[in-house]
Write a protein that binds this ligand. Structure first.
Ligand SMILES: *Cc1c(COP(=O)(O)O)cnc(C)c1O
Length: 397
């Protein structure tokens, strides 16, 4: 494959493993073993059985008739929102918990933004009887209460993080700190295609089940495995990486990644890394990063807690640079409007993150006969408070 990670963990100029010495043994252990484990028939069989019987895969590919009529194009939704725990995150945590067990680990740590990855990590820890600690920015703890309660019910310890702007970046810093202090018994389940090599590649491979299914589902529904477009939102980029993976070498399929531009690109309150960022190092990898002139990381903002991350996975930085992926962005308001449109036309309440991908159906022009797949990364139950505010503001009651 043209866009695969190289032997040193790089995608072009991006990636690598910029880590403190104390973390090297854990990362080396993972790097030496992950491909062997992923290719082991026993792992594959266990992983696939859990994806089928526990997660509920394959997730349906749904032809959205009324949404298609509205946008005058053929819209298909890849329903990751119907997975157990309500988002794509569970694909990754099921895979990583099986890897953690094979590496002899008994304690799991994770970071979370909107709480979906924390819930997915807490879920697989309950399933396997492992201890689970989830780091979460204090602001996110407050704005994503339902997911905090779910994690607690699942038996996880939720640690509120008070540094920085108290969101995802700060939670990730804290999880890394924990791993350095607990190098022997602990595995860190990163929730996206970020972090030092081999995480971006590992998480991409575990999420690639999305595009693997898309190929035969599209063949069944449209007579061709190839759509014209695949659209996915990007925080760190894992649902996009999974939805793009099996199409990366197929140039006839246009791939669109959608970042959150918050209150607007120039508002100073945004998370559009590709527009506002330049190359830097965050959480162990060289990638595009929002930073000031002195290289200090800028605090990102989005109404959606799963997208307000100042960096992006290194594979996406490369795909942007070589122009394989088109980068778009959507504001809070555009995403909220798109969420209500989907809900009222199709009876599906999307996650706020996924609503950013849906917003592009209005922002870009698509042909009437073009097949456009939107990866519906998660469901919107956790975002009811934001949706109710929007209803009040726009007198939708
Ligand atoms: C976490 C999350 C995202 C953002 O993470 P990616 O790694 O970019 O996919 C998007 N959608 C939902 C529903 C999420 O929970």
């Amino acid at each position: 494959m043209n866009y695969s990670v190289d032997a040193n963990g790089y995608y072009g100029e991006f990636g690598g493993a910029f880590i403190p010495e104390m973390m090297v043994p854990n990362i080396e252990d993972l790097r030496e073993n992950y491909l062997k484990i992923l290719e082991d028939p026993e792992f594959k069989s266990e992983f696939n059985t859990l994806l089928k019987d526990y997660v509920g895969r394959p997730s349906p590919l749904y032809y959205a008739k009324r949404l298609s009529a509205y946008h005058r194009t053929e819209v298909y939704l890849k329903r990751e929102d119907l997975n157990h725990t309500g988002a794509h995150k569970i694909n990754n945590t099921v895979g990583q918990i099986l890897i953690a067990r094979r590496l002899g680990k008994t304690r799991i740590i994770a970071e979370t933004g909107a709480g979906q990855h924390g819930v997915a990590a807490a879920t697989v820890c309950a399933l396997m009887g492992l201890q689970c600690v989830v780091y979460m920015g204090k602001l996110d703890v407050e704005r994503q209460e339902p997911n905090v309660l779910r994690m607690k019910m699942l038996g996880a310890q939720v640690v509120p993080v008070l540094s920085g702007n108290m969101t995802l970046k700060d939670a990730t810093n804290e999880a890394i700190r924990d791993w350095i202090n607990n190098p022997v018994d602990t595995h860190y389940i990163i929730g996206s295609v970020v972090g030092p090599h081999p995480y971006p590649d590992l998480v991409t491979r575990l999420q690639s089940v999305i595009s693997e299914e898309l190929q035969w589902q599209l063949q069944e529904k449209t007579g061709s495995p190839d759509p014209d477009y695949i659209i996915a939102c990007v925080g760190g980029g894992s649902n996009a990486a999974g939805a793009f993976y099996h199409y990366l070498d197929n140039d006839s399929v246009k791939l669109v990644a959608v970042e959150a531009s918050g209150k607007g690109i120039d508002s100073g309150e945004s998370a559009a890394t590709m527009v506002l960022g330049r190359t830097g190092i965050i959480h162990g990898s060289r990638t595009m990063l929002m930073q000031d002139d002195d290289g200090q990381i800028l605090e990102p903002y989005s109404v959606s807690a799963g997208l307000d991350y100042p960096g992006i996975g290194p594979m996406h930085s490369h795909l942007y640079k070589v122009r394989r992926v088109i980068f778009e962005h959507a504001t809070d308001d555009e995403a909220l409007e798109a969420a209500f449109r989907l809900t009222r036309l199709e009876g599906i309440v999307p996650a706020l993150e996924s609503a950013h991908a849906l917003a592009v159906l209005k922002k870009r022009k698509f042909g009437e006969k073009e097949v456009v797949v939107v990866n519906l990364s998660g469901r919107g139950d956790k975002d009811m408070a934001a949706y109710m505010n929007y209803m009040n503001d726009h007198q939708l009651f």
